[in-house]
Design a protein around this ligand. Structure first.
Ligand SMILES: NC(=O)c1ccc[n+]([C@@H]2O[C@H](COP(=O)([O-])OP(=O)(O)OC[C@H]3O[C@@H](n4cnc5c(N)ncnc54)[C@H](O)[C@@H]3O)[C@@H](O)[C@H]2O)c1
Length: 433
C-alpha cells in the first residue's frame, strides 16, 4: 500500500514523534489534537514536549510544511490514533471485595468518531494507544463502521502498540521491534507497509488482540517484578538486612535479575496498564492485582520511613528532591514521588519540592525552582528520584547547602558516601536503622 498522506490523532509523547518521523521520511502528515494550546504552540513552530531530539525533528517537519496541524482529521490514506488511555479517577470496578481501576477510553472513542466522516474505502486505521484486550474489535470496529464501510473488507484496521522509552523515543521509534496486529491478515500487511517507511527494527505481524495483549504483558511483567523488589525492601527492613546488598548478590545468579525497589511505580504505562487486565478479567488476574496493590501502597510505606527518620511531620520543613516518575525524565504522570509529596503535605509537613527537569513542578505541591531554595531551611531532606544531578550531591556540598542533618534516601542514590562524616544521619529504604 502507498501512503500519500497520513493523519495522526493525538500530538503527545507518542503522536508528535511519530508524526515528525513520517514527515521526515517524505510523507505529508496532518497532526490532530483537541487541545488548542498544543495546536497554537505547534503553529508557532514550537514544541510543547521535552524529549531529546524531538524539538529538532518536529520543528524541521513544521518548517518544511510536511507536518501541519488541525483541529479535526482530514481525508488521508492512513489514520494513527495515539491519544491517552488513563483510568477513571472517579469510577471503579469491584469483584469479591477487590476494588479495581477502570480504563477511560473516551479519548480513543472520540478520536475514532472524528475519523468516521473522512474514512474512505481502502484507508488504514491504526490504534497505537495502550488499550484493554479486544478494544480494536469491540470498541473501534463498531464506531468506524458508522461510516457505512466494513472493517477488514472496505478499510484496513490494525493495532500496533508503542513500546518506546521516554528519553529515547526518537531512536527507539525507529529501532525497536514493532508488532502489528491486524483484524485481518491484509490489515496487518497494510500496517507493515506503513511502518516500514521508517522502522528499522523487526516488524512482526499478528492479530489485533494478540498485539494488545503483548503490550499489556510487557508492562505487567515489569510491574510485578518491581512489586517483588518493593516487597523485598519491606522484608529486608523487618529482618535487619540491606536490601540493596542482598539484591546485588542475588543478581550474581545467572538466572536472577531482581529490579530496584523505590517509592512506588509510576508513569503513564506500568502503573496503568496492568489494571486493563484486572478490569477485563478480574476473576483471573490475581497476581497482577496483588502486584498493583503492593506498588500502589509503596508511597505510604515511604512516608512511614520519613516519619521514622524525622519524627512527627507537623510543621516540619521537608525538602523533597525529585518528582518525576523515574530518573532523568521530566514526566510527572502517576509519579510515586509526587504521591509521597502529597502524603507529606497531608501529614502537615511544609514541603519544598524540587524537580530539576520540570522546575515549575505540579499544581498542589509547593515547588521551588532551585535545589538551593528547597534545601536552605529544611529540617530533613528526602531523595525521591535517582536523577543524576541529585545522586551526584556529595556530603560536603549538601552540608553547605542545608541546615538539615536528617536524610532519607528512597532510591539508593546516596549509598557509599560518608554522610556520617559530614554530620548527617541517613535513613535508606530497605535498610533497617
Ligand atoms: N508516553 C509514553 O512513553 C508511551 C509509551 C508507550 C505507549 N504509550 C501510550 O500511547 C498513548 C498516548 O500517550 P502519550 O504519552 O502520547 O499521551 P499524551 O498525553 O502525551 O498525548 C496525547 C495527546 O492526545 C490529545 N488528545 C486527547 N484526546 C484526543 C482526541 N480525541 N483527538 C485528538 N487528540 C486527542 C491530547 O490533547 C494530547 O495532546 C497512551 O495510550 C499511552 O498509554 C505512551
Amino acid at each position: 500500500m502507498k501512503f500519500n498522506k497520513i493523519c495522526v490523532l493525538g500530538l503527545g509523547y507518542i503522536g508528535l514523534p511519530t508524526a515528525s518521523t513520517f514527515a521526515a521520511h517524505g510523507i505529508p502528515v496532518v497532526g490532530v489534537d483537541v487541545n488548542p494550546r498544543v495546536l497554537e504552540t505547534l503553529r508557532r513552530g514550537e514544541v510543547h514536549i521535552q524529549e531529546p531530539g524531538l524539538h529538532a525533528a518536529a520543528e524541521a517537519a513544521l518548517r518544511s510544511g510536511m507536518l501541519t496541524v488541525a483541529e479535526k482529521p482530514v481525508e488521508a490514506d492512513a489514520f494513527i490514533i495515539a491519544v491517552p488511555t488513563p483510568f477513571h479517577d472517579d469510577k471503579f470496578g469491584e469483584q469479591d471485595g477487590r476494588k479495581y481501576k477502570l480504563a477511560d477510553m473516551r479519548a480513543v472513542a472520540s478520536a475514532a468518531e472524528a475519523i468516521v466522516p473522512v474514512l474512505r474505502k481502502g484507508n488504514l486505521v491504526v490504534l497505537e494507544s495502550t488499550s484493554p484486550p479486544r478494544t480494536t474489535l469491540d470498541l473501534l470496529v463498531p464506531i468506524l463502521e458508522k461510516s457505512g464501510l466494513r472493517a477488514g473488507r472496505d478499510f484496513f484496521l490494525a493495532y500496533s502498540p508503542e513500546r518506546v522509552l521516554p528519553g529515547q523515543i526518537m531512536r527507539e521509534l525507529v529501532e525497536n521491534a514493532r508488532v502489528i496486529g491486524g483484524i485481518t491478515p491484509e490489515s496487518a500487511q497494510a500496517g507493515r507497509d506503513l511502518y516500514a517507511v521508517f522502522v528499522k527494527g523487526q516488524i512482526i505481524l499478528s492479530d489485533a488482540t494478540t498485539a494488545e495483549m503483548v503490550k499489556l504483558m510487557e508492562n505487567t511483567y515489569r510491574d510485578i517484578n518491581i512489586a517483588i523488589a518493593n516487597e523485598f525492601s519491606r522484608l529486608a527492613e523487618r529482618f535487619g538486612v540491606d536490601v540493596w546488598e542482598a539484591v546485588s548478590i542475588a543478581n550474581l545468579h545467572p538466572r536472577v535479575k531482581i529490579l530496584s525497589p523505590g517509592p512506588g511505580v509510576g508513569g503513564h504505562c506500568i502503573s496503568v496498564d496492568p489494571w486493563f487486565f484486572v478490569e477485563t478479567a478480574p476473576d483471573l488476574a490475581n497476581l497482577i492485582y496483588a502486584a498493583r496493590t503492593v506498588n500502589d501502597a509503596q508511597p505510604g510505606y515511604a512516608l512511614e520511613l520519613i516519619k521514622k527518620a524525622a519524627g512527627s511531620l507537623k510543621g516540619k520543613k521537608i525538602a523533597a528532591l525529585g518528582l518525576a516518575f523515574k530518573p532523568d525524565v521530566d514526566d510527572l504522570r502517576e509519579s510515586p514521588a509526587a504521591e509521597v509529596a502529597h502524603l507529606l503535605l497531608k501529614e502537615g509537613a511544609i514541603v519544598k519540592a524540587f524537580e530539576p527537569f520540570k522546575p515549575e513542578g505540579l499544581p498542589g505541591i509547593a515547588c521551588v525552582p532551585t535545589l538551593a531554595a528547597a534545601l536552605k531551611d529544611a529540617d530533613a531532606v528526602v531523595l525521591l528520584v535517582n536523577h543524576t544531578e541529585l545522586r551526584a550531591l556529595t556530603p560536603e556540598k549538601l552540608a553547605a547547602m542545608t541546615p538539615a542533618r536528617i536524610l532519607v534516601d528512597m532510591v539508593n542514590g546516596w549509598a557509599g558516601k560518608d554522610w556520617a562524616g559530614a554530620g548527617f544521619k541517613i535513613f535508606r529504604l530497605g535498610v533497617r536503622k
